[in-house]
Unconditional design. Structure first.
Lengths: 235, 284
């Protein structure tokens, strides 16, 4: 590689690093002061730049990266419940249909909310893989629903600390407690009394909290599209 | 946009911003490394030690103690409420209801102990448990809920209100814990458990029937499904259908009703609103 190119690429990399760092610090203030629109637009440049150099759908970095991560999970949940309602399992009760339709609507609302909040910074629609789920079977559908809801709770709980904007943190909080309500209801449908048992909570009666990479490793079974989470903030 | 200009603007407002963030971050990283190697029971203690390191000497210390003691006060309320119900003869029918209340009671007691341990380990002083009046009579014993421990329907209505209020209360302080690392995570881990409890209590009320309307595990509009106006402040504001200026009803052409739009997002409550709600249950 000619010397001038090398220098230029190094320069570009360090510029990008500086921009990332600065943006992260900037977001904490921007979130409080001006909210959504500034944040969404400030991430646009970066996602475009990273996509060209790395494999898979790049979630991006900073707060927008975490929002894209949530958007990915909500896409998965919404697609699942949409399928559940389209091809209802045999023996489904009226009450179950009503609950599951509500949950579908909530997950679609979450998905579309993130899509609009991220605007041009939003990742593309993901392709799901539900080949391991028997949508005709109550046991299969509800076991999957329970796994998704519990996973969603641990995902939001684990990602909260990575968010720098108070506004976004509260928004994540508004959603995670609804996921917890879903999780408890589904668990009661599967096994009465299991709404918050020791398969969900630890010895201090705390719900789970997982890091994004751990969540994506579990969710990956159901997502065909390759996701690149390497630019997300970590702890 | 010129980022350099933006950053110098921020520095004018808060000259120490970089130092403070970086110090706290590295302290939290150290804790994260440590946490994996430690037994579960020891975590609150280390938590406290870390806290001193990260927040020592800044005004945030008092703020975070305030939040933890606020949470502790609400957990005291819930813990004693459920413990009292389990000692009340003939209140809870054997089976799913009683078993569920036993489970919830254990959780609230665990939350009390967790918060006390964390506050103490951090060098703070846990607030003392207040004396409660679960009738909602401010110590008179003659409030609107005075039959809560003899009337199952009323008991579950109060339980639902406590849990839904708890969810809103934790959410209302989350923004103050931005950058709080393990403290924020722990608060979130309790917050979602309150959400699970609320869902279960609502399901029990729905299954037991009468006078609850079309009650669901999630909050529809600002409906409580409770025939007592005294609980309404716990539900006012839950009817939002716009989030961060985005209208959720029929968003992007998907058929989302106002009910579903409000159910899909739980709303925070300010500490002032929460204290007003729970103050009728304090005798002292």
């Amino acid at each position: 590689m000619p010397k001038s190119q090398l220098t230029e690429s190094r320069l570009l990399a360090s510029k990008e690093e500086i921009a990332q760092l600065s943006r992260r610090k900037f977001l904490g203030f921007a979130g409080a002061a001006t909210g959504l629109i500034v944040v969404a637009s400030s991430c646009k440049k970066e996602t475009t730049a990273s996509k060209s150099t790395l494999d898979g759908v790049d979630l991006g970095s900073g707060d927008p990266g975490i929002l894209n991560y949530a958007y990915a999970l909500e896409q998965l949940e919404a697609a699942f419940y949409t399928q559940v309602i389209m091809s209802q399992y045999s023996g489904i009760t009226a009450a179950e249909t009503s609950f599951l339709t509500d949950i579908r609507d909530h997950e679609v609302a979450h998905r579309e909310f993130f899509k609009n909040a991220l605007a041009t910074g939003a990742i593309a629609a993901l392709e799901v893989d539900f080949s391991s789920i028997d949508f005709g079977s109550r046991a299969s559908v509800l076991a999957t629903a329970q796994a998704f809801e519990d996973l969603g709770v641990t995902a939001y709980n684990g990602a909260g600390r990575l968010i720098t904007s108070p506004d976004y943190l509260v928004l994540a909080g508004k959603i995670v407690s609804v996921e917890a309500r879903h999780a408890a209801l589904i668990r009661e449908l599967v096994t009465p009394g299991s709404f918050a048992d020791n398969t969900a909570l630890d010895a201090n009666a705390l719900d789970g909290a997982r890091k994004p990479l751990d969540v994506l490793a579990i969710a990956g079974k159901y997502i065909k599209t390759k996701i690149n989470a390497s630019n997300l903030p970590t702890y | 946009m010129n980022l350099n200009n933006v950053l110098s603007e921020i520095e004018k407002v808060d000259a120490d911003v970089y130092d403070r963030l970086d110090t706290r971050r590295s302290a939290l990283r150290n804790f994260a490394n440590l946490g994996g190697k430690m037994a579960l029971a020891a975590v609150p203690v280390a938590f406290g030690g870390l806290f001193k390191k990260a927040y020592a000497g800044t005004k945030s210390t008092a703020d975070v103690f305030g939040i933890l003691n606020y949470a502790l006060t609400l957990e005291y309320l819930e813990a004693e409420f459920y413990a009292t119900s389990l000692m009340s003869n003939n209140l809870l029918p054997a089976g799913e209801v009683k078993n569920g209340i036993i489970t919830i009671s254990k959780h609230e007691t665990a939350h009390v102990n967790f918060l006390k341990t964390a506050i103490t380990a951090a060098g703070g002083t846990p607030v003392a448990k207040p004396t409660f009046d679960f009738s909602g009579g401010k110590g008179s014993g003659n409030g609107p809920f005075k039959t809560a421990f003899t009337d199952l329907g009323l008991f579950l209505a109060v339980a639902q209100t406590f849990e839904d209020t708890g969810v809103r209360a934790y959410k209302g302080r989350a923004a103050e814990l931005v950058g709080g690392g393990d403290y924020l995570t722990a608060a979130l881990q309790i917050h979602s458990v309150e959400g699970r409890h609320a869902s279960f209590i609502r399901l029990m009320r729905k299954n037991l029937g009468s006078g609850v309307g079309d009650l669901k595990p999630w909050i529809t509009g600002k409906q409580s499904g409770i025939n007592t106006p005294a609980v309404q402040p716990s539900y006012d504001g839950e009817e939002l259908t716009t989030q961060a200026t985005i209208n959720i009803i029929n968003i992007n052409g998907f058929k989302i009703s106002a009910d579903a739009a409000s159910e899909a997002f739980d709303e925070p409550l300010t500490p002032e609103a929460v204290l007003k709600i729970v103050s009728i249950f304090f005798a002292s």
